[in-house]
Design a protein around this ligand. Structure first.
Ligand SMILES: Nc1ncnc2c1ncn2[C@@H]1O[C@H](COP(=O)(O)OP(=O)(O)O)[C@@H](O)[C@H]1O
Ligand SMILES: [Mg+2]
Length: 256
């Protein structure tokens, strides 16, 4: 049964999409079976694998709203990817009228859960119904945070939403890790951001820091992960290190 991990932070531009793709490709390199899901109407994850969300016929919108099997919207690129299209923007409204609106994604995943080791879900920058669907389907949540503009208030709000989901919809969902992104070790500001995070969240903060480099912005323009774009560069290594930490965490939980 796949381990379902959601990448969430209601702040935009913190590297949710970058982390979903590159961690997914790193886990694939390590021999894991990986599905990534684009749940953001902006379709950045879909684009980052070289597909155009405006030209896609069937997408996660149809899966959530019309109950099309998720296997119908999975494309195989560097990893398997369930794509978004522009109509996903209407999904929140369309879902809100349905019974079981928070469980549409959980239901859709039943079909494929035993085909993958990891299902990674990219979410929009909000805590709306799409993100709630992801939390309901999830085993764990990984929160990318930008070292440049650390928002502790945002993290508290995210944790409050998660406890609401735990009470009412999915008792097992929890924050399994916090990834510091866009880290520039030369600035005091970035080092302080890490200290503050570790003070508040302790061991939940991964030891891997995803460094700030333009490479991460270049790769998706070529429809590629950083691991394919520059396989032996330090940027690719960052996500390999993170993948190891995620696997170690999963192993520790299995052993416990
Ligand atoms: N470590 C990094 N260093 C520099 N730029 C980054 C890094 N990670 C992501 N980016 C760039 O920052 C922008 C926002 O990242 P993205 O993954 O789209 O964030 P989100 O999905 O949270 O909105 C993108 O242009 C991306 O290429
Ligand atoms: Mg994004």
């Amino acid at each position: 049964m796949a381990n379902v991990i959601v990448f969430a932070n209601q702040k935009g531009g913190v590297a949710k999409t970058t982390t979903t793709l590159n961690l997914g490709v790193a886990l694939r390199e390590m021999g894991k079976r990986v599905l990534i899901i684009d749940l953001d109407p902006q379709g950045n994850l879909t684009m980052s694998q070289g597909m155009n969300p405006d030209a896609i016929e069937r997408s996660m919108f149809d899966v959530l709203v019309h109950r099309v099997p998720i296997s119908d919207v999975i494309h195989t690129v560097e990893v398997d990817i369930a794509v978004a299209s522009i109509d996903l923007a209407g999904a929140e409204l369309a879902l809100s009228a349905l019974i079981g609106r928070e469980r549409a994604l959980e239901k859709a995943l039943v079909e494929v859960r035993d085909r993958y080791d990891y299902i990674l879900i990219d979410t929009p920058p909000s805590l709306g119904l799409l993100t709630i669907n992801a939390f309901v389907a999830a085993d764990g949540v990984i929160v990318p945070v930008q070292c440049e503009y650390l928002s502790l208030r945002g993290l508290v709000q995210l944790e409050n939403t998660l406890s609401m989901v735990r009470e009412n919809l999915n008792t097992r969902v929890h924050v399994q890790g916090i990834v510091p992104t866009m880290y520039d070790g030369r600035t005091l500001h970035a080092r302080e951001a890490i200290e503050i995070l570790e003070e508040h969240f302790g061991d939940l903060v991964y030891k891997t820091r995803i460094r700030k480099t333009i490479r991460y912005a270049e790769a998706p323009v070529k429809g590629s992960s950083i691991l394919r774009y520059e396989p032996s560069g330090p940027a690719a290594q960052g996500y390999r290190d993170l993948a190891k930490e995620v696997l170690d965490g999963a192993k520790a939980r299995d052993d416990a």
